[in-house]
Design a protein around this ligand. Structure first.
Ligand code: WT7
Length: 648
């Protein structure tokens, strides 16, 4: 039997103790809004809400709009006041091997001090604060402190370049940047502050008044007097008294930039009450979190939505104890993650398929050396997990018995939307399975007709949900156009999907020009515009090609400018220079795996590049139908070039 036909029912022992029971589905179905209101009441409301959803100005939604709450109070003070101040909130493991623990009482104290420091720097409710940090406790403290004072954070992943950082700071008009000298990654101190200095140089980012700098690596940094502020002084000397003030449920909480189908990243806006409601509800029910005894670990960086919802907000709102690891999985060797699970007795582990496939390739001898008996629930996120990887994950990390929850969601959805419930759902490797209680999804054909079982189509969400994005920062038209215009009144996710014969959902990858490389979302258009910004390049077309480990890999086809061909040198030189250029423009994560220099690109008569054909080339398949090409000989030349050996 092939792996996709496996079914794994929850064990009786697991089902009995599970937080989420099958009755949740019926409850949500009977009264969807009542169900969400009930989940929202799990939070502490300074002023209780009386309205659940206002979608009268669709697609702009308001959830719990007349209620008031404080996000950080819900994640911190509340647990201390309930007598859980001594519970560990964070087990921090630095890459070099240093470690540190913070209880809820200690974390609350640090966040209060940081909130006072922000206020002293003039940060007020509604101000934007950019955060560019390594995975250290101060990243969590910074985000919580920004939320606590009602400011809006925009976290920029540390792997993005100075260019990317400055365009995001400018788009949000951030007043403050919180960063660190650097962090430990891949066995060395990796600098962050120089990228901030560069992002703010030459009159760029004029909105920024201060840069708050955490010392992590103690490497040398340039210092701009009057602008740069030491975290250890500003926060270290701040008062420990800070009373959290209540903000409207719809008060903005954060902006997170993500790639779309154009060259300009979208600033996805999330607000407070609905977002925290769904982040907390899903974290508890999908991972079966028993906060008093579980040790949870999500490997995502806070620079991505997974790090927001399932490191900083969901787990803290639920009073969970979690591991935060600073570095990469291969330091000092590929056993590092498993040694961390053994050391902290991690019971719930959430990671991405690309990591699982990497470990699979390295061999099960590595995890098999460690005691992973503490694991009781495994999670997967970011891309479809192939059944083989699912089976390996369960066998070698999950002791052959842990349920795996394959969670489908997006930066835009804010929280998990489609996933099994571990004590309820009979698991099926490779499928994300069913919309969670309270979530409504459908698969449509191009004309918007709902498809039944067996037919692949486009995934939509048919009802608003509490953690839904509230817009794109500064661009309401793009918000409507991107998500709500393809199908009237429905949210278009950009993913292909199908229901199988048993009513389980299979995700089939993006249907737009968005790529998914190691679970990182990248836009073909953004990389193309980075390529053409180099003087060598006249034209560029980027496609995502299937890759066994990373899901997709970036393959770029470039046409050189006639007058630069000599200067550019041979294809290997061009490739090296352009890959570096993309790393500088966007970040190392966006470097094409392969760059192929071509004389022409396949275009239709109207001038549209036919990426489908380029994907055929990149994936080494026979070329599909070329009859709509303006010049049908182009593909022969391109494929001839590949056969002759493309550079890597
Ligand atoms: C895109 C969203 C959700 C946090 C991480 C990525 C793909 C995500 C799954 C899954 C199949 C998945 C989709 C989606 N995706 N999870 N379990 N199965 N595909 O967030 O960067 O906003 O990317 O990731 O294509 O649209 P993101």
């Amino acid at each position: 039997m092939s792996a996709e036909n496996y079914h794994f029912a929850p064990s009786e022992a697991f089902a009995r103790q599970a937080i989420a029971q099958a009755s949740l589905y019926a409850e949500a179905k009977a009264d969807r809004l009542g169900f969400w209101a009930k989940q929202a009441r799990e939070l502490y409301w300074h002023k209780p809400f009386t309205q659940t959803l206002d979608f009268s100005n669709a697609p702009f939604a308001k959830w719990f709009a007349d209620g008031k709450l404080n996000i950080s109070y819900n994640c911190l003070d509340r647990h201390v006041e309930a007598g859980n101040g001594d519970r560990t909130a964070i087990f921090f493991e630095g890459e070099p091997g240093d470690s540190k623990q913070l209880t809820y009482a200690e974390l609350t104290r640090e966040v209060k001090k940081a909130a006072n420091a922000l206020t002293a720097l003039g940060i007020k409710a509604g101000d934007r604060v950019a955060i560019y940090m390594p995975m250290i406790p101060e990243a969590v403290i910074a985000m919580q402190a920004v939320a606590r004072v009602g400011a809006v954070h925009s976290v920029i992943f540390g792997g993005f370049s100075a260019e990317s950082l400055s365009s995001r700071i400018e788009d949000a008009e951030a007043k403050l940047v919180i960063t660190a000298d650097g962090g430990y990654r891949k066995g060395k101190a990796s600098a962050l502050k120089p990228a901030v200095d560069e992002a703010l140089s030459a009159g760029k980012c004029a909105s920024v008044k201060n840069v708050l700098v955490v010392r992590r690596t103690n490497q040398d940094v340039d210092w701009v007097e009057g602008r740069d502020v030491e975290w250890r002084e500003a926060v270290g000397n701040a008062s420990e008294e800070h009373e959290a003030q209540a903000f409207d449920a719809e008060h903005p909480l954060f902006i997170l930039y993500t790639s779309g189908t154009t060259g300009k990243p979208k600033g996805i806006l999330h607000t407070s009450g609905g977002y925290l409601t769904q982040a907390a509800y899903t974290h508890k029910n999908v991972f079966d979190l028993h906060a008093e005894k579980d040790i949870y670990w999500c490997t995502a960086d806070v620079g991505w939505i997974t790090g927001h919802s399932y490191v900083v907000y969901g787990p803290l709102a639920n009073g969970a104890s979690q591991v935060i690891y600073e570095g990469t999985p291969d330091i000092p060797d590929w056993g590092r993650w498993w040694s961390i699970i053994e050391k902290y007795k991690v019971s719930i582990f959430y990671t991405a398929p690309t990591a699982i496939r990497t470990f699979m390739k390295l061999g099960s001898e590595i995890p098999d050396k460690y005691n992973l008996k503490s694991i009781r629930v495994l999670g997967s996120v970011g891309e479809p997990i192939n059944p083989e990887a699912w089976m390996w994950y369960r066998a070698h990390i999950g002791g052959g018995q842990a349920p795996i929850v394959d969670t489908w969601w997006q930066t835009e959805t804010g929280a998990i939307m489609v996933s099994p419930l571990p004590g309820v759902t009979t698991l099926k490797p490779g499928s994300a399975q069913v919309p969670l209680p309270g979530v409504s999804a459908a698969v449509l054909d191009d004309e918007g007709h709902e498809l039944g079982r067996g037919d692949p189509g486009l995934l939509v969400l048919t009802e608003p949900w509490p953690a839904m994005l509230r817009g794109i920062w500064g661009d309401p038209d793009r918000f409507k156009e991107t998500y709500w215009s393809k199908f009237e009144g429905k949210y278009f996710a950009g993913d292909g999907a199908k229901w199988d014969e048993e009513g389980d959902l299979w995700l089939l990858g993006r249907v737009d020009d968005v790529m998914n490389v190691s679970g990182h979302r990248l836009s073909t258009a953004e990389i193309e515009s980075a390529l053409v910004s180099h003087p060598f390049v006249a034209e560029a077309a980027v496609v995502g090609a299937k890759d066994e480990t990373t899901g997709q890999a970036i393959v770029a086809f470039v046409i050189l400018r006639q007058n630069q061909i000599e200067a550019a040198g041979n294809d290997a030189d061009v490739s090296k220079i352009l890959r570096e250029h993309v790393a500088k423009e966007i970040g190392p994560i966006a470097k094409p795996r392969t760059i192929i220099v071509v004389a022409e690109l396949p275009k239709t008569r109207s001038g549209k590049i036919m990426r489908r054909l380029l994907r055929d080339v990149a994936e080494d398949r026979p070329i599909g139908d070329v009859t709509t090409l303006a010049d049908t000989s182009v593909m022969d030349i391109i494929s001839g070039k590949i056969a002759g050996g493309a550079n890597d």
